[in-house]
Design a binder for this molecule. Sequence first.
Ligand SMILES: [Zn+2]
Length: 528
Amino acid sequence: MVIFIMKFITTLINRTMKLALMAIFLSSSVSCQQPPKIFLENYKKIDLLITNGKLLDGLGNPAILADLVIVGDEIVFIGESQFTKEDLVNRVKQHIDAKKQYISPGFIDLHSHGDPLTTPRFENFLAMGVTTITLGQDGDSPKVDDLSRWLETVEEKGLGVNLAMFVGHGTLRELSEINQIVVPTEKALNNMLQRLDETLKYTFGLSMGLEYNPGLYAEKEELIAIAKIVGKNNRMIMSHMRNEDNDQLEKSIQELMIQGQFSKIHISHIKSVYGKGTKEAEDILRILQDARNSGMNITADIYPYNASYAGISLLFPVWAKTTQQFELALITRKEELKTFLRNKIIKRNGPSATLFGTPPYTGKTLEDLMDEFKLPFEDVLIKLGPKGASAAYFIMDDELQSRLLVAEGIAISSDGSPTGFHPRGHGTFAKIIGKYVKGKKLLRLPEAIKKMTSQSANILGITNRGVLKVGKKADIIIFDLDKVTATASYSKPHLLAEGFTTVIVNGKVARNEKEMAYLNYGKVLKPD
Ligand SMILES: [Zn+2]
């Protein structure tokens, strides 16, 4: 009996040990990559080898120590490469020792501006780790009959970063000669829909700018008609919504959700103008969650600054936004216009909260111009006119915007450009790490990286970028976490971000913080 019990216990111990060993084996074989030897046989030449880095995959997983091997524009191996000295000499074209720095996918900016024909390099974006930008935003894309031809010219000229292009609703309205007409004729509407249908074949979606002329003239039926075309093409609508004021925000989201019944929808640079505190942020997040629960595909992006930036026509009433309307208003409704502008500026935190960013007023506030012109601020604005300047407006609450920014479903954008007089164009992606990861510690590094890489790629429908995995395109950044800094400020908005030591675009080193000798390796991306 005793012997039997002993045997039983021994069997039990053996089994448990076997199971434990098997578990160890399984877990190690899961985390273990393709065996290096097979890999070594597969590729005679290695274009780029990055060793010693702490690799963040972009999916939110913790960093792992791994080497990364690139052939052409593709990641072909992640793991322990075990190259011999001989291999390094004979087979590896370029070797970067990441020296315990982080390696992550290049950032994808969901809302960017700029003219690739005048500033094709986009150094501001590369310097803050961005390898893909999105243009044609806020309803405004190049006003050309054939956007595909324009994109060819852009690519021929060379691009520092990859470009995911959108077609603008306001521009399509202009090309179809609808302009400021509220209800287009059937012929004009069909013309616009046909242009949209054709352009969506090679762009990532439609952008809308319902706060701007001429997008603001569009009404429900038009919005539905265009959403149907976007949905049919399996693309998305990115919207600068009609009104971002805290008391109008829900209404604006609901207007976008009408389109969401027919296509994927996305809120550009989500913000609550004049809103305050986390409770308001929670309310906004609840609206988005409810929409998702009801089956709608709705996403959003946000930038980490509390001032917006736009043309001052934004301050003018709908009946005085264009030069023609404005001139007429000066004759027929001048006092009404003055009252409107006065109330608007008071609501927008007063004249000191508007900072001009275009010459000859660059760096001056509306308050400064009051002193300079010896005029009340509403008269200063009338003197400039709706097309007279662009400005930064300090109208957001840090607590509210920060709550939105860290929320799970919200990805990052800069809304910046190489030339705009706002620090977001040079600082955004460094500031996310500087303020939210290192400073306030509201995001873990892998989470922050995910918001700037795979999450953005998912929103755009880009399947081969935004993640570090074998088979994906090699858009990769190497950064020194301690040194990542957004140096751009409101007074010096054009200072390049620091800490991103190497930026790789399509498998090639596009920027190196030390050497400063580069070529353009960006591509015009094609949607799936
Ligand atoms: Zn916008």
